[in-house]
Design a binder for this molecule. Structure first.
Ligand code: GDP
Length: 297
């Protein structure tokens, strides 16, 4: 489970802090040095760690904390608040247009990140909200991708629009939106092609789709287990095509948690959902406060 080791280390630091009646500045600095080490070992982006420790230190070495009756507790509270803020404070939902309009959502991500699976998971969530989603197979390079989307769509009882692999993704997206208009769908979810690495053709294709159709939300799927690579991928996609939010998959297998703690701070874009398993029901809304509680124990 995510954050196991980070959580354990932070809890040890906090146990020490709590056990002290009064705290000196040196006590706080030592404790925060340990927090810093734990975050770095959890593969949190080093600039993010530096900023985080600076913010906590600034607040923790204040008069109010040092003279309070429970200074250890105060420091822990500050770490908790700063950690929530690091992950974006608020829970962010997918932004949807009113139900009488069509919301187009573009799903992007590298191959293997979990994009096709997540696309179907999202369709399920939107259905639960009373929306009528249509899944669209825009990955024309891997015939298996179309098939996989169709299988997942069937499981979610959400129709899949496909034109095989002979049309280009821009035309498929346009045709899908027309199909949605005439068939009463109000969310069109485009499952686009990924590549093994960030590459020019993939980015160009995403740009072409965004130039041709009115994409309302661009969601990026990244694999939590790839740590800082996931953060770099998110940064690159955001700079190149612009993203509205991130879905962090495979959190069930990520023992470190560095991506979850870095993405918002590095890209400015929130994590909307986390993938917690291979089943189509394994997608959870991302709550920065709950995540911080999970980490801090
Ligand atoms: P794509 O190439 O990005 O479309 O990736 P897929 O949707 O095909 O997913 C790649 C693999 O990751 C599949 O075996 C999925 O079952 C698996 N996967 C996707 N999301 C999660 C998740 O949240 N947790 C786990 N454990 N596996 C996941």
């Amino acid at each position: 489970m995510a954050f196991e080791s980070l959580s354990e280390k932070l809890q040890n630091v906090f146990k020490n802090l709590r056990s002290k009646g009064r705290l000196t500045e040196a006590d706080v600095k030592t404790a925060l040095k340990e927090v810093k080490m734990a975050l770095l070992e959890a593969d949190v982006n080093f600039k993010v760690v530096k900023q985080f420790i600076n913010s906590v230190t600034e607040r923790a070495i204040g008069q109010d904390v040092m003279t309070s009756l429970t200074p250890g507790q105060m420091v822990i509270k500050i770490v908790n608040e700063e950690m929530i803020s690091l992950m974006g404070s608020e829970t962010t939902q997918i932004d949807l247009k009113p139900a009488n309009e069509i919301t187009v959502i573009l799903m992007a991500g590298l191959q293997g990140a979990g994009k096709t699976t997540t696309t179907a998971k999202i369709a399920g969530k939107l259905k639960q909200k009373g929306r009528k989603p249509l899944l669209v197979a825009c990955d024309i390079y891997r015939p298996a991708a179309i098939e996989q989307l169709e299988i997942n769509g069937k499981k979610q009882d959400v129709p899949v629009f496909s034109m095989g692999d002979k049309n280009n993704p821009v035309n498929i997206a346009k045709a899908a939106i027309e199909h949605a208009k005439t068939n009463g769908f109000n969310v069109v979810i485009l499952d686009t092609a990924g590549r093994l690495h960030v590459d020019e053709d993939m980015m160009q294709e995403l740009e072409n789709i965004k130039a041709a159709v009115d994409v309302h939300q661009t969601l990026l799927v990244v694999d939590a287990m790839t740590g800082q690579d996931a953060v770099n991928v998110a940064k690159t996609f955001n700079e190149r095509i612009g993203i509205d939010g991130v879905i962090l998959t495979k959190m069930d297998g990520d023992t470190r948690g560095g991506a979850a703690l870095s993405i918002k701070a590095v890209t400015g874009k929130p994590i909307l959902y986390v993938g917690m398993g291979e089943k189509l029901s394994d997608l959870e809304q991302f709550y920065p406060d709950r995540m911080a509680s999970r980490i801090l124990g």
